[in-house]
Design a protein around this ligand. Structure first.
Ligand code: ANZ
Ligand code: ZN
Length: 820
């Protein structure tokens, strides 16, 4: 008898699913809709083990929902703009599209082979002009709403890639892509005003609670970084800006009386404006040094607190004291107002600075700890206010802050304020392989939007060295493309030569999946209304603050535009773990890489999928050294043999079958159902394995292969297995005499009556005579038996009012009552 031939099955069923359009949603309202979404794939080469893990999880969910009767949308696509394609093109002297689309084809073939239940007719590539036309359209709509704008500022610059980076793309001071240390450059760039949505991005997290992993919500909350405090106005004395009001943001307005100096960020425009002529040379030298440091370095607490006096003073609005104004790089230009009041007694960094530069330290909160002026240790806790005017004697920060804010507001020199750490999203890139920014610069009209009916602004055809980093955008090297006509005045204009960050492309693709090919907008709002928000999103936790924040931002803007009627695009999020090997991330240098293709060639897709799912909870990393695809294959063959063994005819009533096996089947089915819903896929697989064992036993040493309960069990195994091992499940389904595909089967209905534990009969005797029979559970307690026996009508009659002398209980079978 031939066993299961993994490879032959793969080819056969791939063809079947495609021709049958098994995974194309009906979208006719005949069933409730569910949208299962995978994060985009980046076409950097063939699929690897990471893809194997990420994509199988959504596939399990998607297949499960189909079997449960939902109309499921499960699309696939590629985030196909970006630097790796561009770098490959430079190296090979080709166009980025060549590398990109060749890799996409390779991946598409591998995804098909991997048995994903996706609707191929909806596939997307963000680098297709018909896609980026709408990326550009959205950019223009954002701009009309004041949410896309240009400004000059210091930006993160990668000297190797010769392009700017968003804050989110700088990891520990280095370029996320190439690891080069990032420097600051002053440039005019395009931004999305995501800061306008900071509070809503926080508030709407309520809707994600429970559906998204807590750690992602925490990371987003920290990234948005809401701080409550106050703005306080100081007026400057001396220097070229004498009398100018400078506002600080502080979380501790209650410590205002303890301010002994004032600090501005050296790289904020303010510093250069305030400094006196006398101090300017020293300041400029300091500024040049500060710009070499990364933001992380600048904020490090153990870093020496450098700075330079600007020659002017700031007047404390609480007591009129003149505080020296310094520029120091521990104050960041991009946070709050870029200026602080320094309270060394109660802030560690201020204290260190004060000690380095011999500035006074004044305690204003007595916490019971030693005075920071002597101890050199700042106290940050609660206590009693001292040397604080009207605050003296108050207890605790809350009272102090409230009183001080009231006073500042009454005097008109400050107010309660909220600040966010979130910065606007820098979206322009000086690279070629991205969506061109659809703006024309006209000497007379300024920035003019490309009219909608002229979209897309297609990329000019550039290859090889024309794309090499030069510090300006490669598009500037295509003069025929740059030169154009101003849509407003008809005069000569120049196209913007920057392209958009690829995170723009991936902030809206999930809408497009609902309306592939739609020509009148980025998506048909009716289609989106039917499918979204997506029930499930699956992807890596490395996107916790980048993509996952941006997609939420886009959704809110589209809501404000009236194009969608929800503010959160996905209800549930699953962050799958990574596949590692021998305890370490796979890498070329360690030589511990595991090739997905080779694993599939050796064990088949089903065994690899099963191994990945069975290895552990989906969020956990999988160490390939600890798993056994060979063991998985063996199990699948065992399951497959069961389908070959079944001899009872289709349609025989399972109720006539072996009750013990039926109870096992339904118990495990009920568990699998719950486990898959709770995303505990690995435990679900373990239950299916139990059922295979129980069924084997029933066939070999129980009621035998002809028992209808055996057929019922094997059908349950087949359907459950189809979530993880679709090819073998299709083969088994066919062996069982069904029409293909098992994907069109229904999840078996659990017979709840089989789940109740069987009952036993308890005999109740009175004076040795049987007077009642009670149906009880086998684990009934003695107390319960006694109570039920004494309350029984037959027993009451037999006792005829006599007192009971003794009750002997032998649970669960016997109760014997002796009357007085
Ligand atoms: C006075 C003060 C007294 C402060 C005190 C703290 C403790 P978070 O919680 O992170 O929002 N600050 C404000 N802007 C800054 C900037 N651009 N660069 C560096 N530091 C800045 O921190 C807010 C506090 O960080 C503010 O409150 C300010 O120092 C400082 F006992 O003001 B505080
Ligand atoms: Zn013009």
């Amino acid at each position: 008898r031939p066993g299961y031939d993994a490879v032959a099955a793969q080819t056969r069923w791939q063809k079947f699913w495609e021709t049958d359009q098994t995974f194309t949603p009906k979208d006719d309202g005949s069933a409730e809709r569910r949208y299962v979404l995978d994060m985009f794939s980046y076409p950097s080469g063939d699929l690897h083990m990471g893809h194997a893990e990420a994509y199988v999880m959504a596939d399990v969910v998607s297949r499960f929902l189909r079997l449960r009767g939902y109309d499921v949308l499960h699309p696939i696509g590629w985030d196909s703009f970006g630097l790796p394609a561009e770098n490959a093109a430079i190296q090979r002297g080709t166009h980025p599209a060549e590398w990109t689309y060749a890799n996409i084809e390779t991946q598409a073939t591998s995804f098909r082979r991997y048995g994903l239940s996706v609707d191929w007719s909806r596939r997307l590539h963000t680098s297709d002009p018909e896609y980026y036309r709408w990326t550009q359209w959205l950019f223009l709509r954002f701009r009309e709403r004041g949410l896309a704008y240009r400004k000059a500022s210091y930006v993160n610059w990668c000297p190797k890639d010769q392009t700017v980076l968003a804050n989110e793309q700088v990891v520990q001071g280095a370029c996320e892509r190439c690891g080069t240390v990032v420097i600051k450059r002053q440039l005019t760039q395009w931004y999305f005003k995501i800061t306008d949505y900071a509070q809503r991005l926080l508030d709407d997290m309520d809707q994600l609670q429970g559906g998204w992993p807590d750690r992602v919500l925490t990371m987003q909350r920290n990234w948005i970084g809401r701080s409550e405090g106050a703005h306080v106005d100081f007026s400057v004395e001396g220097g070229p800006e004498d009398g100018r009001v400078v506002t600080v943001f502080t979380t501790r307005p209650d410590t205002l009386y303890g301010a002994t100096f004032f600090v501005v960020a050296p790289d904020a425009a303010l510093a250069g404006e305030l400094v006196t002529d006398e101090q300017r040379p020293a300041f400029e030298e300091y500024l040049a040094r500060a710009q070499q440091a990364t933001e992380i370095e600048r904020q490090a607490t153990d870093r020496p607190k450098t700075g330079v006096f600007l020659g002017v003073h700031a007047v404390n609005p609480a007591n009129g004291e003149r505080l020296p104004v310094w520029a120091a790089d521990y104050v960041l230009a991009e946070y709050g107002t870029g200026a602080i009041m320094a309270v060394p007694a109660h802030d560690a960094r201020d204290l260190e600075f004060a000690r380095t530069h011999d500035l006074p330290v004044r305690r204003v909160i007595d916490t019971g700890e030693p005075d920071p002026a002597e101890s050199g240790v700042a106290t940050t806790g609660d206590g009693t206010y001292v040397s604080s005017g009207e605050l003296d004697g108050l207890e605790g920060k809350e009272a102090g802050v409230r009183r001080m804010v009231e006073r500042l507001e009454a005097d008109g020199v400050g107010a309660g304020a909220i600040t966010y750490r979130l910065r606007d999203w820098l979206l322009s890139r000086q690279r070629y392989w991205g969506a061109p920014i659809p703006i024309i610069h006209c000497p007379d009209c300024g920035e003019v939007a490309v009219p909608d009916d002229e979209l897309p602004v297609e990329l000019p055809y550039l290859t090889g060295s024309a794309l090499a980093p030069k510090g300006t955008s490669p598009l500037a090297g295509a003069p025929d493309w740059v030169a154009t006509t101003c849509p407003r005045c008809g005069g000569p204009g120049q196209r913007d030569t920057d392209t958009m960050d690829t995170f723009v492309d991936s902030s809206w693709y999930f809408f497009r999946y609902c309306s592939p090919g739609y020509a009148d907008g980025p998506f048909d709002p009716d289609d989106v209304r039917r499918w979204m928000p997506a029930a499930q999103y699956v992807g890596g936790v490395e996107h916790a603050i980048l993509h996952l924040l941006y997609m939420r931002f886009f959704t809110k803007v589209l809501f404000d535009m009236g194009l969608v009627d929800f503010v959160e695009p996905t209800q549930r999020l699953l962050n799958q773990g990574q596949v590692i090997n021998q305890g370490r991330a796979m890498s070329k240098s360690l030589g511990n890489g595991v090739d997905l293709g080779a694993q599939i060639d050796q064990f088949g897709v089903d065994a690899v999928r099963l191994t990945v799912v069975f290895a552990g909870p989906p969020e956990d990393d999988i160490d390939w050294a600890d798993v056994s695809p060979a063991g998985s294959l063996k199990f699948l063959q065992r399951a497959h043999r069961l389908a070959q063994d079944v001899t009872s005819a289709r349609g025989t009533d399972p109720a006539t079958g072996d009750r013990a096996l039926r109870r096992e089947t339904h118990r495990l089915l009920a568990e699998v159902e719950q486990l898959v819903e709770g995303q505990r896929f690995n435990v679900a697989v373990a239950r299916v394995m139990e059922l295979v064992n129980a069924t084997r036993k029933a066939v070999d040493s129980g009621p035998g292969a002809a028992d209808p309960a055996v057929r019922e069990a094997v059908e349950a195994v087949t359907i459950a297995l189809s979530l993880v091992a679709p090819y073998v499940a299709e083969e088994m389904w066919e062996l069982l005499g069904h029409e293909p595909s098992v994907a069109n089967a229904s999840w078996p209905v659990v017979d709840r009556s089989l789940l109740v534990t069987e009952s036993v009969t308890c005999v109740v005797q009175v004076q040795g005579k049987v007077r009642a029979r009670l149906e009880v559970t086998p684990d009934v307690t003695e107390d319960e038996l006694r109570t039920r026996a004494l309350a029984d009508d037959g027993v009451v009659r037999a006792l005829a009012g006599r007192e009971v002398a003794k009750v002997i209980v032998r649970a669960p079978k016997l109760v014997s009552i002796v009357p007085a």
